[in-house]
Design a protein around this ligand. Structure first.
Ligand code: GTP
Ligand code: MG
Length: 392
């Protein structure tokens, strides 16, 4: 069956849900698609289709199943439902890096929980500039308590530089909206209106050389190797020569033979688009998550750099003890997860809560550049966030 090509008629934005485990991110995501499908600008994606692993759903040139797409009257959105559990922070970090805005889901029954605060901090660190709040489970909470939760959320946002007084806070019930209760389907519409108006259309970095951090790699029998991810910058067309960077064996040249977004073929993709690229003659084992696909000769992988790093305080879920030279945590850089050695130079120690300049030597070469953000993780939790200042 011939597939309909993707036609760019509305501005495209990437958004996502974030927030503490069980506060209702996936339910709300399903509810949004249900409400919009009833208005004719989206396809309903039920809860269990959103909440399943990519491997199970890998079929055709498809993109990461955690993404759903929909349109409002004025915009086309790719929406990623980020898992709330701390173990999945890595996905949050790599997914959030591309977000133009986020929906912070906070249960009106529970208020701010540790991962609520952690996600807001991470959103700030990875450059998500606009947050809209969904006070979820408003069907089950009482108004007075919900008022308190709203105050608390606005304070948290202000403390992280989000201007909490002006952030839209919408009381919703993902669950009741999914059931079709008109009061709550309207609340979901109000939430989408808030996203439409509060999150500005981003200035895309389309003129720069093409770069896409690899999120997933799939094999399509008879066609070859497909990589998926969000275009970080530049544009890419069918027929373009590219190289895959990040493998120890050096750059792997290839050509893009097919391009898709949400299962629809496209001639060219640009910064911000979520795409699948079919790469000519690329062996499946030559490419994996953490590599990047880039315009030839536009990036040189390296492993030593200086960085500005914020060491999370214990109250933010970080370490209770200082770090010293020789500390060897994991670095999450774009979609890559790589070990690295820290050198504090003349500084004896960096204490939780400190912001310090330091030198990092990664365990392998990674495409790097000044201004790139990263997270530092240890034993399954985030202990720092930083930005590359200079390559050495
Ligand atoms: N009363 C009520 N319950 C809700 C609402 N939204 C979600 N729930 C319930 O809250 C629980 C968690 O919902 P999920 O949507 O899985 O939450 P989540 O944030 O995606 O959870 P994780 O992905 O595990 O972090 C489920 O039992 C939902 O039925 C709501 O609006 N009202
Ligand atoms: Mg979920």
């Amino acid at each position: 069956m011939p597939k309909t090509a993707y036609v760019r008629t509305k501005p495209h934005l990437n958004i996502g849900t974030m927030g503490h485990v069980d506060h209702g991110k996936t339910t709300l995501t399903a509810a949004i698609t249900k409400v919009l499908s009833e208005r004719g600008t989206g396809t309903f994606v039920p809860f269990d289709r959103i909440d399943r692993a990519p491997e199970e759903a890998a079929r055709g040139i498809t993109i990461n199943i955690a993404h759903v797409e929909y349109e409002t009257d004025t915009r086309h959105y790719a929406h990623v439902d980020m898992p709330g559990h701390a173990d999945y922070i890595k996905n949050m970090v790599t997914g959030a890096a591309q977000l133009d805005g986020a929906i912070l889901v906070v249960s009106a029954l529970d208020g701010i929980m540790p991962q609520t605060a952690e996600h807001v901090l991470l959103a700030r660190q990875v450059g998500v500039d606009h947050i809209v709040v969904a006070l979820n489970k408003a069907d089950a909470g009482d108004d007075e308590l919900t008022d308190l939760v709203e105050l608390e959320v606005r304070e948290l946002l202000s403390a992280n530089g989000y201007g909490g007084e002006s952030v839209p806070v919408v009381r919703v019930s993902g669950l009741r909206a999914l059931e079709g209760d008109p009061r709550w389907t309207e609340a979901v519409v109000a939430l989408l209106d808030a996203v439409d108006t509060y999150v500005p259309i981003p200035v895309r970095y389309t003129d720069a050389p093409f770069l896409l951090p690899v999120e997933n790699v799939l094999t399509i029998t008879g066609r070859g190797t497909v990589v998926t991810g969000a275009v970080e910058r530049g544009t890419v067309r069918v027929g373009d020569r590219i190289e895959v960077l990040g493998a120890d064996s050096g750059p792997q040249p290839s050509t893009v033979t097919s391009l898709e977004t949400f299962g629809k073929p496209m001639e060219s993709a640009e910064a911000g688009d979520n795409v699948a690229l079919l790469l000519r003659g690329m062996p499946r084992d030559a490419i994996r998550r953490g590599h990047v696909v880039a315009a030839p000769d536009s990036v040189v992988p390296s492993r030593r750099f200086t960085a500005q790093v914020y060491v999370l305080s214990a109250a933010e879920g970080g370490r209770t003890t200082p770090i010293t030279t020789g500390y060897r945590p994991q670095f999450y850089i774009r979609t890559a997860d790589v070990v690295g050695d820290i050198d504090l130079g003349d500084l004896a120690v960096a204490r939780p809560g400190d912001t310090v300049a330091l030198t990092v030597e990664l365990g392998r070469d990674v495409p790097l550049e000044a201004g790139l953000g990263f997270a530092i993780r240890e034993g399954g939790r985030t202990v720092g966030a930083g930005t590359v200042t200079e390559l050495i």
